[in-house]
Design a protein around this ligand. Structure first.
Ligand SMILES: [Zn+2]
Length: 316
């Protein structure tokens, strides 16, 4: 029986304690004097039954090595490229999904959960600053897009981390996480398109962004994860096409902030495609999204809603 346990190399803690307590096995007999001397050396609280457990483990490991068991594998030079490597799994082929490490899962959840409360407060602020119907509607649309992005992303990453066995739920949430990006982009443009004066052609962009978001959603529904490059291209088109209209507006206040936000999103996309190459790549992408969204929020608040700019608002 003892031999069988030794061969398996694993002993449950309770079993180990019992073995040490009874001092029935060879190791236990060897360790009994040590336990006695420790107790005699002024450690009256020491439970003799428990002392041998870690020592038993060390002795078993030593015995296993003597018996010819293979030593633990050493890191090769390429593996050692990183201490950071332990925080990241290997890259997967294009048709598969990257599996984050536990550390990456936690970072993915935290980097978007952190922004849920600020986005709710920020959206409420825009709502209370609204002084006509269009501003109220735009505040609602933008607020729902902003909060929706962080909430859906956090829920998806949490389920993906803690309830991965719920495959169908996780897959649906992953699709939802990708769909909400399209609506977030459309919602980010909505205040500018609704509250600023636009040319006769440019004004069509007010509804065109929502058509684009809907097409993107349908694409995700049918081709989720199938053509990843096409998916990325859709986000880029959706992100930049309405910007052409924004840049053509007579009132250019806030353009620099909008462009800065766009740069954050573009830089973030480098990390979006770097799972398995850069540790915490997806969490870094999340941070770039948060910086981009924060910059755009500032521009919307500053140039479209702040009371001091009310006089300069164009009547709609
Ligand atoms: Zn994410």
């Amino acid at each position: 029986m003892v031999g069988a346990r030794r061969a398996s190399g694993r002993v449950a803690p309770a079993e180990g304690s019992r073995a040490g307590g009874r001092v029935g096995c060879a190791q236990g007999r060897r360790l009994a004097p040590l336990a006695a001397s420790l107790a005699a050396a002024g450690c009256p609280g020491i439970n003799r039954r428990l002392i041998p457990c870690p020592l038993l483990f060390m002795l078993r490991s030593r015995d296993a090595l003597r018996a010819g068991a293979a030593p633990p594998p050493r890191r090769t030079a390429s593996q050692g490229a990183g201490v950071l490597r332990r925080f990241m799994n290997h890259r997967v082929p294009a048709h598969k999904r990257y599996q984050p490490t536990e550390y990456e899962h936690a970072a993915n959840c935290a980097t978007h959960a952190l922004w849920i409360i600020p986005s709710i407060l920020g959206s409420s602020n825009l709502y209370f600053l609204s002084d006509d119907d269009w501003e109220t509607i735009s505040a609602w649309i933008y607020g729902l897009g902003l909060c929706g992005l962080f909430v859906v992303s956090t829920v998806f990453h949490t389920i993906s981390w803690k309830k991965r066995h719920l495959r169908m739920v996780e897959r649906c949430l992953h699709m939802f996480d990708r769909m909400v990006i399209y609506f977030f982009i459309a919602a980010s443009y909505a205040p500018w398109l609704n509250l600023r004066e636009l040319g006769p052609w440019a004004s069509h962009m007010r509804w065109l962004v929502w058509i684009m978001a809907s097409v993107g959603t349908v694409y995700v529904f049918f081709f989720h994860e199938r053509y990843k490059l096409v998916e990325l291209l859709c986000y880029v088109i959706m992100g930049f096409f309405p910007a052409l209209v924004i840049l053509s507006m007579p009132n250019t206040e806030g353009i620099w902030e909008l462009m800065t936000g766009g740069v954050f999103y573009c830089l973030g996309m480098v990390f979006f495609k770097s799972d398995g190459r850069i540790p915490f790549a997806h969490a870094i992408w999340h941070l770039f999204v948060a910086f981009g969204a924060g910059t755009h929020y500032y521009a919307i608040w500053r140039y479209l809603y702040l009371p001091s700019t009310l006089q300069t608002k164009v009547s709609k």
